[in-house]
Design a protein around this ligand. Sequence first.
Ligand SMILES: Cc1ncc(COP(=O)(O)OP(=O)(O)O)c(N)n1
Ligand code: TZP
Ligand code: MG
Length: 208
Amino acid sequence: MPSLGRLHLITDTRPGRDPLAVLRAALPVARAELVVQVRVEDDATDREAYELARRVVGLCRPYGATCLVNDRLHVALAVEAAGGHVGAEDLPVAAARRVLGADAVLGATAREPGGAAAAVAAGASYLGVGPCHATTTKAGLPDPIGPAGVRAVAGAVDVPVIAIGGVTAASVPALRAAGAHGVAVVGALSASPDPARTTAELIEALTC
Ligand SMILES: Cc1ncc(COP(=O)(O)OP(=O)(O)O)c(N)n1
Ligand SMILES: Cc1ncsc1CCOP(=O)(O)O
Ligand SMILES: [Mg+2]
C-alpha cells in the first residue's frame, strides 16, 4: 500500500463554503501528499454525499491524491474511494474493515493510547487523533489533548497518526515533533482567503 499522504483536507459543506473550489486550489500544490476526506453534514442525503464524493474522486485521480469518505462507507464503495474514516458513533472499526475490505485505507478516531491500540488491532490503518487544539468546526468535543496527547497516542501504535482539531501551519511543527505523520484540517483551508497559499504553507511545515 502506498504511504499515506500527510495533508488531510476534510471537506467543509457548511453554508457559504465551497469545498470543490478549495480542493481545486489545493490539489496542484499538495498533489499526492493530499488526502481528501469527504465529510458532509449529518442532514445531507446519501445522494448529496455520493455526488460530492464522485466529483472528489475524479478531481483527485490526475494528481495521485487519495479520496476517503467519512462515516458513510457505502458511499466510499460506490465511488471507488480509497477508503473511509470512522469514529465512536460510526460502524465499529472491525465492521468497517469488513465492509471496505483488506486493502482499503481505514482511519479511526482516537484520543488516548488504549483506544488507539484497540482501533489498530481491529483493523485501522491510520488514526485521526484529537482534538489537538480548540475548534469551532465540530460541537460537543472533549477538551483538546495538545501535542502531549498526540505524543501519548503516537507512542502506543505503529500506524500513521493524523492530528486534527484547530490545526494551522503554525501548529504543525509541535505536532510533528510529537510524532504525528500528518494533519487533518477543515477551517484552515476552507476559511482561507488564499487556499493555494495556505496549502503550500501546510505542506512546507509537514515536509521540511
Ligand atoms: C482524520 C480524522 N480524524 C478524526 C475525525 C473525526 O471523526 P468522528 O469522530 O467520527 O467525527 P465526524 O468527523 O464523523 O463528525 C475525522 N473525521 N477525521
Ligand atoms: C471533525 C473533527 N473531529 C475532531 S476536530 C474536528 C474538526 C476539525 O476542524 P478544524 O480543522 O476546522 O478545527
Ligand atoms: Mg464519524
